[in-house]
Design a protein around this ligand. Structure first.
Ligand SMILES: [Zn+2]
Length: 344
């Protein structure tokens, strides 16, 4: 195994994953209500722990067509700090990134609710059970530029393209969005490859196991959920590429899962995700990596990994070395035309 060292013993899983995250998101949102009591009361209706389908369906919507699907956009009452065109362009460009990565838009129809709130933060939450739906709480003080460049929309749209899993596998849902979101934006030429690797090199250390941590199914901290999951995805991507001479990748696996109906409206067991992924790539990488990382803390030599990929920091920015052993793999991950085909 190129990248892994495993150790430690399993312990009893902790409670709460998806619910805790959703509740936290709702509480964060609820704490930043807009100014004006009436507006605050109106907006609070849109900020509960569930997507407000009936409220959404009563709002006027405008539609964006994206290859294979439609996004209905609605704005909740409140003061919008940005031009509507900025927000609609942000949605359209992020949808284009997702379409580029997955080959088509992942669901026939997505409800997209924009809720203006106070402050300058941008948060997103996505639901699937009653029809794919994304809610963005958009701080009125966030500049148009900040919105246009925000990663949040692409992150949420990756959730729309992958099935819901059991709660102790939330790390894979969040890890995929954290990993695939920026790669999809790079493939659609919305951000540079350097942006992606800078993001990964700064974030991945948060995914390493801390003292006392267990495997990904058992330790549900923020770092292990988002970046531990992303690190799993990076390792899976690199191993699939290594075993197939770069012909297949994590992208091959994710397209196959989507082709079998595994979008954000579906609920899949982990076993099915792994089976479809391994069948599509022709190598049992996902199953093996999951077995290694599910219930044990796995130390990853990130410094060595960046070096083999030809990545280093200097003068505040990322430097790339195209002579590094895994440089071709690194370039293929973000390549604009990247659409590796299944090996069978
Ligand atoms: Zn997420």
């Amino acid at each position: 195994m190129l990248f892994l060292q495993a150790g430690g013993a399993p312990v009893v899983p902790r409670d709460g994953t998806r619910r805790a995250v959703l509740q936290a998101a709702a509480l964060v949102a609820a704490g930043i209500l807009p100014t004006g009591a009436a507006a605050a009361r109106d907006v609070a209706e849109y900020l509960g722990p569930h997507f407000p389908y009936s409220l959404f369906d009563a709002l006027p919507t405008s539609a964006i067509e994206s290859d294979g699907g439609k996004i209905d956009i609605a704005f909740a009452p409140g003061h919008l700090g940005q031009r509507k065109t900025t927000i609609v362009d942000w949605i359209a460009q992020s949808a284009n990134a997702i379409t580029t990565y997955f080959g088509h838009f992942p669901v026939p129809r997505l409800r997209m609710l924009i809720v203006p709130v106070a402050g300058n933060a941008i948060h997103g939450t996505t639901w699937g059970n009653f029809g794919a739906a994304t809610r963005i709480t958009l701080g009125e003080d966030a500049s148009d530029t900040k919105v246009a460049q925000s990663w949040v929309m692409a992150h949420e749209l990756v959730h729309v393209a992958f099935p819901s899993l059991r709660r102790d596998h939330l790390w894979l849902e969040e890890g995929l969005s954290t990993y695939v979101g920026p790669i999809a934006r790079a493939q659609a030429e919305l951000v540079s490859a350097d942006y992606v690797w800078d993001w990964f090199m700064s974030g991945m250390p948060d995914g390493l196991p801390q003292p006392g941590d267990q495997g990904l199914d058992r330790t549900h901290s923020w770092g292990r959920t988002f970046w531990g999951g992303a690190l799993f995805c990076l390792l899976a991507d690199l191993r699939i590429r290594a075993h197939t001479e770069n012909r297949a990748s994590l992208q091959t696996a994710l397209r196959a899962i989507l082709a079998e109906g595994g979008n954000g409206e579906a609920h899949w067991p982990m076993a099915r995700v792994l089976e479809v992924a391994d069948r599509a790539t022709g190598v049992p990488v996902m199953t093996e990596l999951y077995e290694q990382m599910k219930d044990r803390p796995v130390a990853v030599d990130l410094a060595g990994l960046w070096q083999r990929l030809g990545l280093s920091y200097g003068g505040g920015s990322v430097h790339v070395d195209d002579e590094a052993p895994l440089a071709a793999m690194r370039r293929a991950i973000t390549a604009a035309a990247a659409a590796p085909q299944a090996s069978q």
